[in-house]
Design a protein around this ligand. Structure first.
Ligand SMILES: *Cc1c(COP(=O)(O)O)cnc(C)c1O
Length: 364
């Protein structure tokens, strides 16, 4: 069978404009861009496009996505974004050119894997500057680890140092945080007697410093996904209005299942929803609503789903249903109609991962 809806449309020209603008702006600061494709499940079409836009490298957190891109002929080099598991190191060496690291046990095992596979591998050592995900916490320990790689692991090449911010701890990348990373880098360089190739200042959230012109000199690498893919976090959540990046890049088309006027407040004793949560409901009286044929299995949490029809409010949903308030929508919607939704990062992550959602690439 061939499913028509829900269907995902990926607008490649808009994606191209986004990434070209980002690469161009980063270039003014001598920053090269690693195009991160894990948010769209590593779609090779997107990887290929990012390389055409001037990204010098592609990044994913999953080796499988890197393998798929290589098999599809998308030129690397490839950076593995999630610090690797010891159990996957052979594949890391086989398929990735560079990986991020934060643990000496893993680095020792990586040296052994390089010997087994007969290949050299590049690493970027990560500092944790407050976001509390991966990275060395103690600066001396970090510097020592870099020197250890340089001196004791002949098949592991110390390419540089990096930081990740704005992920777990929601910490804002600032010029000060960047200077902390540069201090570590300069300390390492003094001890190993050469320059590091890569000083990687973070992900999309660090692009703010490029946008504002306040990125300290010396940071020469950013790893960017969301700001090119969805462009929502900085332009909407951060409220930076003048970035000029497109947000209608990934659009999910869903089919209306039911249209009916119902109360907005559930009737009866409220316990828990389909996901064990206790949501709050606003009583707005009777409202015209509709159900659309996709749900949280397809898009994850629905709060940031953006209906492209005017006056539509996303009320919520279950695994397989999306529930919309269409009282104020000028369109006379009925079952069988198709509605478009621009996806945020989490929505895209789910939607690109489902085998029952066909993906259509728009080339112009
Ligand atoms: C996902 C990831 C990125 C890209 O993040 P975006 O916010 O999508 O730009 C960069 N670095 C690391 C380590 C990541 O895991």
């Amino acid at each position: 069978m061939e499913r028509q809806y829900p269907r995902l449309e990926v607008n490649l020209p808009l994606l191209r404009e986004n990434m070209e603008k980002i690469v161009d702006n980063c270039g003014k600061f001598n920053i090269s861009v690693c195009g991160c494709i894990k948010g769209c499940s590593g779609l090779p079409e997107v990887g290929k496009l990012f390389r055409q836009c001037g990204c010098t490298e592609l990044g994913s957190s999953r080796i499988e996505e890197i393998v798929d891109c290589r098999k599809a002929g998308v030129p690397g080099p490839y950076l593995l974004l999630r610090v690797p598991m010891i159990s996957e190191l052979d594949d890391v060496v086989r398929w990735c050119d560079t990986s991020l690291h934060s643990d000496l046990t893993v680095l020792d095992a990586l040296e052994a894997a390089c010997c087994r596979i007969g290949k050299k591998h590049r690493v970027i050592i990560m500092a944790d500057l407050g976001d509390l995900r991966e990275g060395f916490w103690n600066r001396d320990e970090m510097v020592n680890a870099c020197v250890y790689v340089e001196k004791n692991l002949p098949h592991v090449h110390l390419a540089g140092v990096g930081v990740n911010l704005g992920c777990y701890g929601s910490i804002q990348p600032t010029a000060d945080k960047m200077r902390s990373l540069l201090t570590i880098a300069h300390h390492v360089e003094a001890l190993i007697g050469r320059e590091l190739e890569v000083i990687s200042g973070g992900a999309s959230s660090s692009y703010t410093l490029v946008h504002w012109g306040s990125m300290p000199e010396g940071i020469n690498h950013l790893r960017i996904g969301e700001t090119a893919l969805n462009a929502r976090d900085l332009q909407v959540e951060w409220g930076i209005a003048n970035m000029g990046l497109h947000m209608n890049t990934f659009v999910l088309k869903g089919e209306v299942l039911e249209v009916r006027t119902k109360p907005s407040y559930p009737v009866g004793q409220i316990v828990i929803d389909a996901f064990g949560r206790r949501p709050s409901y606003v009583d707005r009286g009777n409202r015209k609503r509709c159900l659309v044929g996709f749900g949280r299995a397809d898009v994850g949490d629905m709060e940031r789903l953006r209906p492209l029809d005017q006056g539509v409010i996303v009320l919520g949903g279950s695994s397989d249903h999306c529930i919309l308030d269409i009282e104020d929508c000028p369109r006379n919607l009925k079952a069988g109609d198709i509605m478009d939704f621009a996806l945020a990062y989490n929505n895209m992550l789910y939607a690109t991962n489902r085998r029952d959602i066909p993906i259509k690439f728009l080339y112009e």
